[in-house]
Design a protein around this ligand. Structure first.
Ligand code: FAD
Length: 481
């Protein structure tokens, strides 16, 4: 029998559920990746993510060739291309890994129907997460909406099975002799597809070998993750998010390693890191049960909030996007995002909270901006993060908890190292004034060569007044509840 494995956000060939199932079930296994015109048409020609995907696809193609197979690479609408290719190659079944985003679910349903109409099968597997959909439910059989009990149930389910049942790797390499060893015409280049992506930041590469390098480095410091992860100028987190996004690393591999560190070394750092991986599953689960979160608040009462709009709000939004709010930590965070496509987790919280609760701007505008800029953009995690910051999400911060951007800066970038990296115009300010330059006297500013309003902006808003406006704005939530 003949199978086709359709790679999407799982650009690796080890520990790959769909590839494993196809190889076990069929004698001739073809592999395909589609640069999907339906998705690509909404992206700018310099979108950095295309560079990452392109590198990952090249590496995947090389690895499949080394194993005796091939990766067919197409530039087309996947909805047409997959059924057509299945016909051309006389495929019996298409295998793929499940995607949980609403648009992808619709696309897959259409393709499955089309294949069925032509007498072919469509199989999808769980690969992107440890537990999906209804696999972790409360004792009442309902989905969780609070993280801690979800996490406890998640850990309990994992431990209830044989040692590593849910995190075991799929041994793809045992069956690679079933890969179809045909050759395919050369693949389209990014330029031929109309893209000229901005270069990836130094040290970021697509492909599973780059993920392995990052992972090896992270494992040398995983034990201190819990104490270092909140400080943006420190190498604390793993930086693996983009690899999890495009599946150049397997979530099972990461969970296994975290569990090993916990069991062998009682590592608190690994325990905290595992919690973050569980947050990832949690938001995929929320998206599955509540796809409406992509449009509206998880807590409907929060949709009664009236956000700032009009010319002033547009100008404030542009200043936030460009990193010129006058709050150094927020500006450094936004410049990190714009320059590198990455933003440290603490700063994602600070920058999101500032947009929503200092500028009074609808969280959906920030969510959309992050979606355009982040290399690791993931609908479920991004929406979860934004709804957390706006207090409208499940298990979100309470609406009256409003980060003070100066206090956050003093706490998490005490020596101003991160600010100096992204706001060099403030570099000569001392460690105290760098967090709030407008509080420095004229003499200090002069001495540091900073002219407020010229070299660096005055603050867009006064935090205390903005805080009060936000409490008033959110009062509507109490009235509705
Ligand atoms: P590490 O600290 O090493 O964590 C390991 C992995 O755990 C991450 O790679 C990620 O897959 C997962 N993870 C960590 N924190 C979270 C979280 N809060 N929610 C879900 N998964 C998490 N993460 C994305 O992957 N894509 C997004 O689009 C995204 N948007 C966000 C928007 C906002 C407003 C906020 C507050 C958070 C967002 N996050 C998003 C979560 C988190 O900030 C990033 O996953 C993390 O900063 C990535 O860096 P890392 O790989 O070094 O993380």
């Amino acid at each position: 029998s003949r199978a086709l494995v359709w790679f999407r956000r799982d650009l690796r060939c080890d520990d790959h559920a769909a590839l494993y199932h196809a190889l076990r079930a069929s004698q001739q296994v073809y592999c395909v990746f589609v640069f999907d015109k339906t998705i690509l048409q909404s992206l700018p020609e310099n979108d950095r993510r295309l560079g990452f995907i392109d590198e990952a696809v090249s590496e995947l193609q090389n690895k499949l060739r080394e194993a005796g197979g091939e990766l067919i690479v197409l530039f087309d609408h996947a909805e047409n291309a997959i059924p057509q290719l299945a016909s051309d190659l006389q495929i019996d079944a298409v295998f793929t890994n499940r995607d949980y985003e609403p648009q992808a679910i619709l696309r897959d349903r259409k393709i499955a129907d089309e294949l069925k109409a032509r007498g072919r099968c469509f199989f999808s597997s769980k690969d992107q997460v440890i537990f999906e959909q209804d696999e972790v439910l409360s004792q009442a059989g309902t989905p969780f909406s609070v993280f801690t009990p979800y996490k406890n149930a998640w850990l309990k389910k994992l431990a209830a099975q044989d040692t590593d049942f849910f995190s075991r790797a799929y041994p793809v390499q045992k069956y690679t002799s079933h890969l179809a060893s045909h050759r395919w015409p050369s693949r389209p280049t990014l330029a031929e597809m109309g893209f000229q992506p901005d270069p990836l930041p130094a040290g970021v590469h697509g492909g599973s070998s780059a993920a392995e390098t990052l992972l090896a480095d992270f494992l040398t410091r995983i034990h201190s993750y819990h104490t270092r992860r909140d400080f943006p100028s420190v190498k604390g987190p793993s930086y693996l998010s983009v690899h999890l996004r495009f599946g150049t690393v397997s979530i099972r591999h990461l969970v296994r390693l975290a569990l090993q560190e916990i069991t062998l070394n009682n590592s608190e750092g690994a325990q905290t890191w595992l919690s973050e991986l569980i947050w990832r599953d949690f938001y995929f689960m929320i998206l599955h049960h509540h796809p409406r979160v992509t449009q509206s608040s998880f807590k409907p009462a929060y949709d009664a909030i009236r956000w700032e709009s009009g010319a002033q709000a547009d100008a404030d939004f542009a200043a936030w996007c460009e990193g010129r709010t006058g709050y150094p930590l927020v500006d450094a965070a936004m410049r990190q995002l714009n320059q590198s496509g990455y933003m440290h987790n603490r700063l994602r919280m600070v920058a999101a909270c500032f947009l929503i609760k200092d500028l009074g701007i609808d969280w959906r505008r920030g969510e959309a901006y992050f979606a355009k800029q982040l290399l690791d953009f993931d609908l479920a995690a991004n929406n979860g993060g934004w709804q957390w910051a706006s207090s409208s999400g499940c298990d979100a911060q309470p609406y009256f908890r409003i980060f003070n951007p100066v206090t956050q800066s003093e706490k998490f970038d005490a020596d101003g190292k991160f600010i100096r990296r992204y706001c060099p115009e403030l570099a000569k300010l001392d460690n105290k004034t760098i967090h709030a330059p407008w509080k420095a006297g004229a003499l200090l500013l002069n001495h540091a060569g900073v002219k407020l309003g010229a070299d660096y902006p005055h603050p867009l808003v006064q935090h205390d007044a903005a805080r009060q406006r936000t409490l008033d704005r959110y009062a509507v939530v109490k009235q509705v509840m």
